[in-house]
Write a protein that binds this ligand. Sequence first.
Ligand SMILES: NC(=O)c1ccc[n+]([C@@H]2O[C@H](COP(=O)([O-])OP(=O)(O)OC[C@H]3O[C@@H](n4cnc5c(N)ncnc54)[C@H](OP(=O)(O)O)[C@@H]3O)[C@@H](O)[C@H]2O)c1
Length: 355
Amino acid sequence: MAKRKAAIFGSSGMIGQRFAHMLDAHPYFDVVAYCASDKSDGKKLADVWKLSDVELNLRLGAKTIQATNPAALGRQGVEVVFSGLPSDVAGPVEDECAEHGMAVFSNAASHRMEHDTPILIPEINPDHLSSVEVQKKRRKKGGFIVTNANCSVTGLALGLKPLLDEFGFRDVNVATYQALSGAGYPGMASLDILGNVLPWIKNEEEKMTAEGRKILGSYKNGKFVDSPVSIQACCARVNVRDGHLEAVFIKDKHMPEAKTIARTLADFTAKPQKLKLPSAPERPIIVRKEPDRPQPLLDVGAGVPERAKGMSVTVGRIRVDKDCLRFFLLSHNTIRGGAGGSVLNAELAYKEGVI
Ligand SMILES: NC(=O)c1ccc[n+]([C@@H]2O[C@H](COP(=O)([O-])OP(=O)(O)OC[C@H]3O[C@@H](n4cnc5c(N)ncnc54)[C@H](OP(=O)(O)O)[C@@H]3O)[C@@H](O)[C@H]2O)c1
């Protein structure tokens, strides 16, 4: 199949730079436009690059950023948009792209809770992708929007999926330790976070509950039906560059042994692995046995092959005490919880013939 012409929105931001890296020489997509706000118009990617863990090659660094203009992209023949726009900007801009017939894969919260827009995580709910057929009908030229979840929900939902399916758990509590890059660039003032922990991230706890239930729920007769799982969250920002660590507590009268939980998580694979999507990790969940893992510094880039680095969730310290299961979980917020999530969504849509 021919490669689809693509644009990246928010190219100068944390998510946009991840998109640029992950989509460089991609087998399904050919990025023809790197977009950002008017203030970045004419700059090179090398002028704005802030990712310290991946090398910017000369060819990619020389790409010129252009202002964000959906009508112009239509004229450039863009078919697919990868959006890393702030939520207060994304709503109308992404709608405009979809109205021009483009397929938009978005990181922003703006459209996540709409009745015909999926929050897609291909290992969990690939069938939710069919909701875009409803969108295609209401939009003029058959475009649509697919979102991925808030960065703290993605890792949690992946860790919960095999456990909910296998053991039917309903009662989940989680405390998060979230990285600075989750707030975008330049993020918080250093004096607010150096030597400090902030026990509040605006709207984060509410999103974990609402988005988690939609993602883990079903899509039946043209409607999203929430999962009955209850998710209670306490979210904090910590002085870590990348990687959201989460302490998960699950209560159930019939709790299996810790080794059964570990095996269920480690053995989990799903549609992206079966389809061998380019950014799918061989193991969506990696279980560590060491008592001091996962750690953001050591485990945030987990995932093989190379294109799937940062796409695996790492789980460790699995303990069962009577009716309570506890473990730590780590996921890369700008890769699995951000750009990588959208890329995997678009790969699924491409492979399934939706784009
Ligand atoms: N960071 C994460 O871990 C994470 C994870 C999941 C989802 N998200 C979501 O992803 C989106 C991007 O987050 P981020 O962390 O990458 O933010 P960021 O670092 O602040 O980057 C924002 C990007 O949007 C561009 N932009 C701002 N205003 C614009 C406008 N009016 N028109 C066109 N472009 C505009 C900026 O361009 P200029 O540089 O030219 O201003 C920049 O490229 C947000 O919706 C966020 O909630 C983030």
